[in-house]
Ligand binder design. Sequence first.
Ligand SMILES: Cc1ncc(COP(=O)(O)O)c(C=O)c1O
Length: 699
Amino acid sequence: MSSALKETFERCKKENRSALITFITAGYPTIDDTIPILQGLQKGGVDIVEIGVPFSDPIADGPTIQVANTTALENGVTVPMVLELVKKARASGVTIPLVLMGYYNPILRYGEEKLIKDSAEAGADAFIVVDLPPQEAIQFRSTCAKCGITYVPLVAPATTDARLKVLGEIADSFIYVVSRMASTGASAQVSTGIPELCARVRKYAKGSPLAVGFGVSTREHFLEVGKDAEAVVIGSKFVTLMAESEPGKRGEAAYQYARDILGESSDFTPPASYEHKIGSAREVIPVLEEEHKHNPKFGDFGGQFVPEALYTCLAELEGAFESAVADPSFWEEFKSLYSYIGRPSSLHKAERLTEHAGGAQIWLKREDLNHTGSHKINNALAQVLIAKRLGKKKIIAETGAGQHGVATATACAKFGMECLVFMGAEDVRRQALNVFRMRILGAKVMAVTNGTQTLRDATSEAFRYWVSHLDTTHYVVGSAIGPHPYPTLVRTFQSVIGSEAKEQFKELNGGKLPNAVVACVGGGSNSVGMFAPFENDKEVKMLGVEAGGDGLDTERHSATLTAGIPGVFHGVRTYVLQDHDGQVHDTHSISAGLDYPGVGPQLAYWKSSGRADFMAATDAQALIGFRLLSQLEGIIPALESSHAIYGGVELAKTMSKDEHIIINVSGRGDKDVQSVAEALPTLGEKIGWDLRFEADPTK
Ligand SMILES: Cc1ncc(COP(=O)(O)O)c(C=O)c1O
């Protein structure tokens, strides 16, 4: 173990007390506060400080630490700057152990090995990575061991014994025990069950000390939790205190806080100097054998990069999904709902659109004709059936355009489930009609005001809610995104689109296959559903059309596969729109349903293997697609689907008349009429379409 940490735990043991660990977010409330706060904490007797490396999408954190992350990023904090702060702290006499705590994406972006090395050189003693699964942590930990710092695993109340065993083996200094199934946050009472939890973890801890955190706020909590653990972590409460303290006096406030929690009157004498001694790490190569019937990975993509507490939710869902798809009665029930959905949706030739393109024959798969107006209903109903099998009474969902929210609210109404839909406040404004539809259907809509107030924030919020309400609640993810099993699960139920289209096309074309299939890509549920059944038909081209927003030469787009790079976001390794520091970009699209900075891992895999091609259509080009389908075929498509129309027409132009393409019309455009009316005054000019100058019969 890192010698500094080891000495700290030994000293606290001699003093017959538990160590006090305090969490701060680097650069919060301001960058200039960080060093005085660290000095104040040390002077006041805090034994170890955890320094949070800010991340744009901290799914394990509650509102207090989320705000601290956002503010620190707005203050300009980057990963190199955090290391600089650690260096400065050491130079200014901070000698107590410092533990860096962060999310995986900024680490990946910096370079895992380089970051560990640079952190050790800067003076950090250990690393906690909130969303690193045990399998990946094994590698991370051996790099830490080489550089003389330690990896601190996190465990949660529901962590399985098999995982505890592996995590216990790779713990070189201490184990962080998350005391409750929830995100971070101060609370009036500490969780019950801490003694039992600590006793269970200790069985696998191989003598490593335990630090218990989440929900610890006061001296009384510190003393109570300290009865079972060698260390107690206080986070949100201290972060709030710093936010509320007077600027310029935060070092003193930190000192006073430490005194109050430790209840001591004489000053603490910290180690005389900070010395980075390389401790020896156990040589262990633990293996974690977890059985998955469906491979969680798609090549290098996929996986489960989630905080430990969320893992339990996924494991339960994975079990239910595997048993459902293996059970003929489940499929019978699901297929019995096809008449409710309106399946099969039709496939027909778009004669005038084909004529307009002047190339390949264009066919339309009409998911817009489904009940509720889009493909989202296929997945929503299937997941509600799975939730019923799990005995869940409540459904939560995230939504961007509102289509998935409406589909989920519909499924809940049909099956008598309570429904809560998380929606970014910006999307609530853009998609007011769908918000009202959800409410008519009996669902509650929660406007998410964090971050960019769009789909990504709604998704993070839904994950947070799920962790703390797992007993009663199932989270119906609306796209083929997120950690395993979601991408596989959503693909399984959306594949009805491609399977049906394939059979329908064959029947109408003497058993032939189309030459290409085209779909728009947001998270990827309609595209993966259309493409997957053609995956092994190598002669069929697969084209995904992303949202090019204002253009790829601007920052305002959502073209993740076209312009993003691999990373980890919302629990999955995939392409991500991110900056140099691994912070996830804000996105923009005229269509709320494509406004997402990540994408499904199977599409990421198809991109990397070359099986599928991807292009971006700008907002203006999507409007061209919208107008074409409306005026040539009499079908008003969703703005999302309009991207696919544009891309499909462009592709058809390059193909010969004896070739065929199928475009998936993922949804209908009624919900977008207002958005189009708002966009035409600016975008209409670019595409030569401005209804303002046509005679308005209402006037
Ligand atoms: C009609 C429609 N099409 C497409 C999408 C994009 O989602 P995905 O890429 O998961 O199909 C949405 C999302 O809301 C939608 O409403």
